[in-house]
Ligand binder design. Sequence first.
Ligand code: HEM
Length: 492
Amino acid sequence: YEPDQQLLFYSNYTKCPIGILTTTFGAPIEITDATVTLNRSLMRNPFVIEGLQHLVRQNIPERVVHAKGAGGFGYFEVTNDITHICNAHLFRGVGKRTPIAIRFSLVAPERGGTDTTRDVRGFGVKFYTRQGNLDLVGLNTEAFAFRDPVNFSSFVRTLKRNPSTNLRDFNMLWDFALSRPETLFILAIVFSDHGIPASYRNMPGFPIHTYDVRNKRNLTNFVRFLITPDAGTKNLLNEEAMKIAGQDPDYHTRDLYRAISNGEYPTWTLSVQALTPEDVKKADFDVFDVARILPHDKYPPIPVGKLCLNKNPINFFAEIEQLALCPSNLVPYILGGVDKMFESRIFSYRDAQLYRLGANFNRIPVNYPIQTKVHTYTRDGVAPVNENGRDGPVYYPNSFNGPQPYRAKNRQEITQIYEGPSYNFDQLRDFYENQLSAEQRTRLIENFLGTLRRVARFLQEKAVKVFKSIHPDLGERIERGLFGNRKNTCNK
Ligand code: HEM
């Protein structure tokens, strides 16, 4: 059914009112006494008081990045055996299914933002495996903007609003990007024809980091996960996106909901690019650099399985707003990224979720590892506490049958690496020269100019210089676009 029909759908399947209206403490509410307050004691009317008090407490902090999103539920099914590469339980056995949740998002806009904004997108998957939840939290770009997490908080602030004007401010974004020019590769992708997905169903996802994994002989391999839409990757051009934004700011959210409710279940293929430790040593660039893509001709993607979304959330807040995707949710045989960026993410997502959802965020049903039994010594805190460890001991070690850790036959310790600075101008040069048609190059430049024309003169000049050093044609066309017949709006 259409999303607009949701309430009709509800009333059709419930057939009659679902019960007597009550207060949150369960007392029945009598018509008129409770539902009309005039000339009656307001304070003694819990229906009114609860309503007012709950209303002003119903908002929780939105995600600091990726606030606007949509998602659904379904399954992952193994189609190819990769246990010689990675022996994680969810990959053992062709045909095996694991329940999943997926959340798609935009990075910069707030919770009520416009779906067709030019921006990087998030693509996060929670796999509810039998060995705990595995979260692959990626983007729709195959690389990240930079590799040093020291940049992250500043970068996010440049994407947000200017503290004085409360407007997006491209001086901030370009100033930052030109001072950290490895960022320009991702910026070019976002400003190119790849920058606005046609729908979430047509969007790929890349968890980006080169993950340290173990195979069934407990030997080390490294993989990059890739998620490609079976409906093909499709994008919108600027004009289409702007027109849609005016008509329906929730266009992608609506499309996803509609497709799932009409039984047109979107699917994606999960693959891995696999490297042995020998391949890593032989590589002529740093395969752990998150600002770089691993070339597909050199490291061909190996299919692993299908992701399918076949269920919409029943309650968006409970199931999608409260979904806590966390790259540090890892399972045996998948040790995670070995790089510093991954390490910073191990800290930051949990921290964000503790703040956003509270100490027991993993006890919220959508985050609970439904395929395992949780036994911890953590207790109490803000709701939900669920059974709160019942009557078991609260300390470890103990002699009273509290949960015990297991002893692994072979310990799995993360590989240590040395990281140097990013160098990725060759990627941007190749993208501009070989991966874009003449029209696509023109549109990229027009899209760049759309924001560059609004920034300070010294930044425009710096942009020309940096782009010329990457590709003379790119730099010269930006120069002509900025200083040809036009006057810039902001001089310094
Ligand atoms: C490879 C690099 C990165 C990727 C692929 C990535 C991807 C994502 C995605 C997809 C989300 C949205 C999750 C959701 O739907 O709930 C997200 C949220 C977030 N990211 Fe990242 N991100 C990256 C780097 C970082 C770094 C370096 C940090 C900080 C050190 C960071 C901090 C956050 C935070 C705090 C959130 C909000 C989490 C929440 O409130 O639940 N990210 N990121």
